[in-house]
Write a protein that binds this ligand. Structure first.
Ligand SMILES: [Zn+2]
Ligand SMILES: [Zn+2]
Length: 318
């Protein structure tokens, strides 16, 4: 028993050390990432592009434009993910806000550390030491939590970096005979670093494509697996009520609902989330969502009869 207690204390101590190290080393990861991206971009424009295309030919201009757009998209999403607050539950409940009223009345999960209700998908981050809305994970490369408001930037950073590495690998596979040793070294460096990052993030990118398409976060995936197994033991089939179908899930996560959402989701732009991140539509309310689309913001109003009742009866209480 005493040995078990000692082991638990040791594990908690190790966890605290790792959390502290992640908190302190955040800026270091950002410097490393921007240095690597900067070095690859520099070699691409000063060595690889002149080697592959005649200066100012049509192909030179085309490749240069594509390279610039890739770099812009990567950096735009990277820095937006770092500097965008993922969102946290409100400190003070606004009695005029139906969502706050519903949350105060019906939220069953409570964070003891933050002393706040925990909405659906909300989890407490030990590194940031606060509750994060729709928390996916704490990312050391972003020195930030990836959650409700910055998941879009995280995913797009992954997507454009993956595409950029694929392109950079393709472009840096030039024949190296006859080049100066310095140029050769920098091109080989770019090829190795590009293919290494491409292979490393390929799994991560497709993993997040799967999560978005199935209406899950990384944390919820494991919780859902647990629920699925529990229902299976009872002889029942578990269904994720937040899985609205891949198209609707995609539109919810990227907050893109116009006729050209299939293009605009990938564009480098700041999207003010219409959903506060306290409630999310479920398969039960999907029909209402379709009816209200274009007329009313579904995500900001209570949908179920329980929520409606709570709002009408609880404004004085909150
Ligand atoms: Zn908390
Ligand atoms: Zn965090």
């Amino acid at each position: 028993m005493a040995a078990m207690t000692r082991l638990c204390r040791y594990l908690i101590f190790c966890e605290k050390i790792i959390e502290c190290a992640l908190r302190i080393s955040g800026p270091l990861y950002i410097i490393i990432a921007t240095t690597i991206i900067g070095a690859v971009v520099y070699v691409y424009f000063t060595a690889i592009l002149p080697l592959r295309c005649a200066p100012w030919s049509a192909s030179f201009v085309g490749h240069a434009s594509f390279g610039i757009s890739l770099v812009f998209n990567i950096l735009f999403n990277y820095f937006h993910c770092i500097f965008t607050d993922p969102g946290t539950p409100p400190d003070v409940m606004d009695p005029e806000n139906p969502k706050h009223v519903t949350l105060a009345q019906h939220c069953r999960r409570w964070c003891k550390k933050c002393r706040k209700p925990k909405p659906t998908f909300c989890h407490h981050c030990q590194v940031c030491n606060r509750c994060v809305l729709r928390m996916d994970h704490h990312c050391p490369w972003m020195a930030n939590c990836v959650g409700h408001r910055n998941y879009r930037y995280f995913f797009l950073f992954l997507f454009w970096l993956w595409l950029g590495c694929l392109y950079s690998t393709f472009m840096s596979r030039v024949p190296l005979r006859g080049f100066k040793s310095r140029t050769r070294a920098s091109v080989v460096f770019t090829f190795i670093i590009s293919i290494a990052i491409f292979l490393a993030i390929s799994f991560l990118m497709f993993w997040h494509v799967y999560l978005v398409c199935t209406g899950q976060t990384t944390i919820e995936f494991y919780n859902n697996q647990r629920d699925r197994m529990a229902e299976k033991r009872k002889g029942k089939v578990w269904k994720n009520e937040y899985n609205l179908g891949w198209r609707q899930n995609w539109q919810e996560v990227f907050d893109e609902r116009g006729p050209y959402w299939w293009i605009t989701w990938a564009l480098p732009r700041r999207v003010p989330h219409t959903n506060e991140g306290l409630f999310y539509p479920t398969t039960d309310t999907l029909d209402k969502l379709r009816v209200s689309e274009g007329k009313e913001d579904f995500a900001l109003t209570p949908q179920t009869s329980t929520e409606q009742t709570a709002v009408s009866s609880a404004k004085d209480i909150v």
